[in-house]
Design a protein around this ligand. Structure first.
Ligand code: F6R
Ligand code: MG
Ligand code: MG
Length: 364
């Protein structure tokens, strides 16, 4: 029986401002998931937070896009919103964009990544949780994990990785998808995923076995709402070892503080800082953007873990690098390239300011 690992996440209210999640909201989510495990809907589940977002990590046998699992996630976010409202937390219910939930979380506001797998005798997986950044932020690190031999030694020296991986890429504006084979088509692949605001890597599969290796959330809040309502704060699931990158190869891309969009008001480029759970509370200029990696061994669907993978001094240098980059970019204030370029600002609160001044412009 194939298992499914579903990670569904939302911002249902921040503590304080947009910096973190209140323990009562996380507790409410954990209780809701525990009831679903007791009832047999889920094999196992946990709730975790990165910044002001709650991530539901759920293991089950119901496949992707299962109505009951999505309904459970939605109800859990609604319950969390009620706690957030009671405590007057900031932006309560901010990512719940529809009034009546219609059976699938996609298009309703929360982000999701779901991965179907036949559990191996030992099944190590990583669940990544991002805050203050966007869908598409995983493009570069996923490329390095699955297509760059300077990152992943196994692509060269392990027979099981040597055939490469296929990348399913979504065009988040035009709502279409395409699949590229790596390494044969990496130049074509890079032509698109180098623009992560529009093209996002959704799924990666082994070319040797067809097994799904990784999935990321590509839900764009601005595309759903038609205006800026907050950042997407993406998640990704990566299977490791054997026919997939080793755990250390999947973490290695995060030794560089990649520039991602997000940060203050979702309108700035900033460095993506990998941290432990304890340090995943972005407060400086509502950032810098954060990333947490939860490591699990699956055991007949049970989530053995998590190990807090970036809680490791070997990531101290990238955290220092992120702080140096943040210092440098912040000096630009409202100027590009710290602030997003104008066409990207279309998906922020900027159009309202521009509209107000529209009739003040005179022809030259
Ligand atoms: C970034 C983010 C914050 C808010 C900012 C203003 O993703 O959520 O930076 O954009 O704190 O928030 P509001 O407009 O709610 O006062
Ligand atoms: Mg928020
Ligand atoms: Mg957030």
């Amino acid at each position: 029986m194939p298992q499914t690992l579903s990670v569904i996440k939302a911002d249902v209210g921040g503590f304080v401002g947009h910096s973190a999640m209140h323990p009562d909201v996380l507790g409410e989510a954990a209780e809701s998931l525990e009831r679903a495990v007791q009832s047999g809907l889920l094999l196992d589940a946990q709730a975790h937070a990165c910044g002001d977002d709650v991530f539901l990590v759920m293991s089950h046998e119901r496949g992707e896009n299962d109505e009951s699992v999505h309904q459970l996630a939605w109800d859990t976010f609604v319950a969390g919103t009620e706690v957030a409202r009671r405590l007057h937390l900031y932006g309560a219910g901010q990512d719940l964009l529809v009034d009546a939930f219609s059976g699938n979380i996609r298009g309703a506001g929360p982000g999701s990544a779901e991965l179907e797998l036949e559990e191996r005798p030992s099944e190590p997986v990583l669940v990544f949780m991002g805050d203050k950044t966007s869908a598409g932020a995983f493009n570069l690190p996923l490329y390095k994990m699955f297509a760059d031999p300077f990152n992943t030694a196994g692509l060269v020296i392990s027979e099981s990785l040597h055939e490469g991986f296929s990348f399913e890429v979504h065009d988040v504006r035009e709502h279409r998808k395409i699949v590229f084979a790596a390494p044969a088509e990496i130049y074509d692949l890079l032509a698109f995923i180098g623009s992560p605001a529009r093209y996002a890597v959704k799924r990666i599969a082994s070319r040797a076995t067809g097994e799904i290796a990784a999935v990321s959330s590509t839900d764009k809040l601005s595309e759903i709402a038609g205006r800026y309502v907050g950042k997407d704060d993406p998640t990704a699931i990566v299977r490791c070892q054997g026919a997939f990158p080793a755990v250390g190869e999947a973490l290695e891309p995060f030794t560089t503080a990649w520039t991602v969009e997000g940060f203050m008001r979702g309108s700035h480029y900033g460095p993506w800082m990998p941290t432990s759970l304890a340090e995943a509370h972005p407060s400086r200029f509502d950032g810098p953007p954060r990333l947490v990696a939860l490591g699990y061994q699956l055991a007949e669907g049970k989530l053995v873990g998590p190990r807090d993978m970036f809680d490791d001094p070997s990531f101290d240098n990238v955290r220092r690098e992120a702080n140096d980059i943040a210092d440098y970019l912040r000096k630009h204030g409202p100027f590009e390239p710290h602030r997003l370029p104008l066409d990207e600002m279309e998906y922020t609160t900027m159009p309202a300011v521009a509209a107000k001044l529209a009739d003040r412009w005179a022809p030259l």
